[in-house]
Write a protein that binds this ligand. Structure first.
Ligand SMILES: NC(=O)c1ccc[n+]([C@@H]2O[C@H](COP(=O)([O-])OP(=O)(O)OC[C@H]3O[C@@H](n4cnc5c(N)ncnc54)[C@H](O)[C@@H]3O)[C@@H](O)[C@H]2O)c1
Length: 263
């Protein structure tokens, strides 16, 4: 294992026999990687969800093919729509016979100076990234509380919840909100044996992100990392698996940075 060119780490059965639900899992980034890792770490069944129906269907097929697990289910859903959130969680409860682990991966960003941003753009990013995570967390907490067999929720924040970057005021505010939500909800969920933590990645480059951000900015962000590179999506997924597993049994309300940034 080198820091500059890490080798893919094989699964260690961290979540053996657990059932998993992952949102925004049909893209090229952390969501699909988290789903793959969950199966490689021993999940007995998984529901992956995304707003994009075509890519979701392809992702279900790919996940089945690459991992050999048959119990892979797809459900289209927009985390910004309460009815979709309820339908998704209810579906996962049914096909998985209860969801042990929820990974709230969905988040949305754009790049815009605050002086040029209208309310619509602000609200859209907040609604998917912060409110979407809240809706999924709230409904899953209700279900887990009622079911009374515990559970784990892992949210996806970002180092921008802590750090400043131009053109990211909406996204950074939303991710700071995800961190605060994680801490407060965790305190409440502890009463019924549910742990809630978050990862806070710095940068993961994948084709969709490369298309939407300037090459110059991406290179600048990579150069700020001690390893001189972005994280692989699976390196973030690995930390999610740790937080989803019993290895982190004494952790709740924590935000774990997945970053090699120097400042
Ligand atoms: N990529 C990075 O550098 C980075 C860094 C820090 C944090 N994050 C966070 O990681 C998470 C995953 O981002 P990623 O870049 O790895 O991409 P990803 O591939 O994991 O997620 C993109 C997917 O999200 C889906 N999606 C978009 N809006 C949705 C909605 N409203 N409901 C459901 N699904 C929706 C898209 O269709 C797409 O398939 C996000 O929360 C992001 O903010 C990413």
């Amino acid at each position: 294992m080198t820091l500059k060119n890490p080798e893919y780490v094989p699964g260690h059965g961290l979540i053996k026999g657990k059932s998993v639900l992952v949102t925004a899992a049909a893209g090229a980034g952390i969501g699909f990687s988290a789903a793959t890792r969950a199966v490689e770490e021993g999940a007995r069944g998984i529901v992956i969800s995304d707003i994009h129906a075509g890519r979701l269907e392809a992702s279900v097929d790919r996940l089945k093919e690459e991992t050999g697990l048959e119990q892979v289910y797809g459900k289209v859903g927009n985390v910004a729509v309460e009815d979709d959130v309820r339908a998704l969680v209810d579906y996962a409860e049914e096909v998985l016979d209860g969801t042990d682990i929820l990974i709230n991966n969905a988040g949305l960003g754009t790049s815009k100076l605050l002086v040029d941003m209208d309310d619509e753009e602000w609200h859209k990013v907040i609604d998917v990234t912060l409110n979407g995570t809240m809706r999924m967390t709230r409904y899953m907490m209700r279900v887990m509380k009622e079911r009374a067999r515990g559970g784990v929720i892992v949210n996806n924040a970002s180092v921008l919840g802590w750090r400043a970057q131009k053109e990211q005021s909406h996204y950074a505010a939303a991710k700071a909100g995800v961190m605060a939500l994680t801490r407060c909800a965790a305190l409440e969920a502890a009463d019924f044996d549910v742990r809630i933590n978050a990862v806070s990645p710095s940068i993961v480059l994948h084709p969709m992100l490369r298309k939407s951000a300037s090459q110059e900015l991406l290179e600048e962000l990579e150069s700020k990392e001690a390893y001189g590179r972005a994280a692989e999506a699976w390196e973030v997924a690995n930390v999610m698996m740790f937080l989803a597993s019993d290895y982190s049994s004494y952790m709740t309300g924590e935000i774990v940075s997945v970053s090699s940034q120097r400042g």
